[in-house]
Design a protein around this ligand. Structure first.
Ligand code: ZN
Length: 282
C-alpha cells in the first residue's frame, strides 16, 4: 500500500465506475469473506494512506466461529496430512501422504456442487478427520468487530451472500434468498445501506445471467467479480472485473502486475486512438 500510495489514487467503488479519466492510476481496494486480519492488520494502514475499502462479508462465518469454511478446512487437512494419513469419506478414500492433489480436486468438485451434496460432504469430511486432529475455529471477525469497522470512515460493507454459495449451482429462489439474507444481516450490524455485491468465487463459471438479474433486481449499485481486468467506461456495473492478489505473491510480483496492468491499459487507449484516426480518415 505504501508503494501503491506513491503511484495511484485510492478511490471507492462508487468513484471508480463510469469515471474513466486520463489523470493517472486509480485503485479500489476490496476484501472478500470477512477475515479478522483484513481489519486487525488493515485498519491502521487504511488510515495511514487514506484508503477507503469495501469489505464483502459473508455472515455465516461471523455468526458461527466454529464453522471453518470448506477451503480453509481443505487447507487445514492438507497441512495435517501426515497426522491424518488415510481419509475415507463416502465413496472417496485417499492416502493423503501420496495423493494430496487428488484430495484437493475431489473436495473442490464436491464443494462447488449443489447444497445437499456439499453440506453432506462437509459434515462427513469434518467427522472423518476429527478422530485424529482438532479442527480450529475459523479466522473470521466477530459481529462486534464488523460493527466497529463500519463505524470507521474507511470501511464500507458489501454483500457476499449469507453462506457463500456458488450462484451457478444454486436454484434461482435459493440464490435470491441468499442475497437477501446476507444483505439484511449486514445492514443490521452496520446500520448503513449495503450498496455493493461480490459474487462468491466470482469467476465466469460461477455467475449466470439469472444470478446477475437477481443481484440487479435487489437494488445494488453494482457487483464485482474475480474476472481479471481494469474498469473502463464500457463495463457493465454488475460484472465489474477485479484482480485477485494471492497471498503467494511477493512485493515484486505485485509491482510487476500493477505495472503490467497499467501498461496494458495505456496500450488499449493508444489502440483506441489509432482506430479512431483510421475511422475519421476513412
Ligand atoms: Zn468469497
Amino acid at each position: 500500500m505504501d508503494w501503491l500510495n506513491d503511484r495511484a489514487q485510492f478511490v471507492t467503488l462508487d468513484e471508480i465506475i463510469g469515471n474513466e479519466s486520463d489523470d493517472g492510476l486509480k485503485v479500489c481496494v476490496t476484501f472478500d469473506d470477512g477475515y479478522l486480519d483484513n481489519i486487525s492488520i488493515g485498519i491502521d494502514i487504511f488510515e495511514k494512506y487514506n484508503i477507503p475499502i469495501t469489505w464483502f462479508v459473508c455472515p455465516k462465518f461471523i455468526k458461527d466461529r466454529n464453522h471453518i469454511p470448506w477451503w480453509d478446512l481443505v487447507s487445514f487437512i492438507c497441512d495435517k496430512k501426515k497426522k491424518i494419513g488415510y481419509l475415507k469419506v463416502g465413496n472417496m478414500s485417499v492416502d493423503l501422504s501420496k495423493n494430496i492433489s487428488q484430495f484437493r480436486r475431489i473436495a473442490r468438485q464436491k464443494f462447488m456442487a449443489d447444497r445437499k451434496t456439499r453440506d453432506k460432504f462437509y459434515r462427513e469430511l469434518r467427522a472423518a478427520c476429527e478422530g485424529s486432529v482438532e479442527v480450529p475455529m475459523n479466522a473470521f471477525a466477530d459481529s462486534s468487530t464488523v460493527h466497529a469497522a463500519t463505524n470507521s470512515e474507511w470501511v464500507e460493507l458489501g454483500a457476499h451472500t449469507a453462506t457463500h454459495v456458488n450462484a451457478a449451482s444454486e436454484s434461482q429462489d435459493s440464490f435470491a434468498e441468499e442475497v437477501h439474507l446476507g444483505c439484511e444481516q449486514l445492514k443490521k450490524w452496520s446500520n448503513q445501506s449495503v450498496d455493493w455485491f461480490a459474487y462468491p468465487y466470482g469467476g465466469g463459471d460461477h455467475i449466470s445471467a439469472a444470478s446477475q438479474d437477481i443481484v440487479r433486481q435487489h437494488g445494488f449499485t453494482g457487483a464485482v467479480t474475480t474476472m481479471p481486468g481494469y474498469v473502463h467506461e464500457r463495463n457493465d456495473n454488475f460484472t465489474i472485473p477485479r484482480w485477485t492478489v494471492p497471498t503467494s505473491w511477493g512485493i515484486t510480483k505485485f509491482k510487476s502486475s500493477i505495472y503490467g496492468l497499467h501498461a496494458t491499459r495505456n496500450l488499449g487507449k493508444i489502440k483506441k486512438k489509432i482506430s479512431n484516426l483510421f475511422w475519421f480518415d476513412g
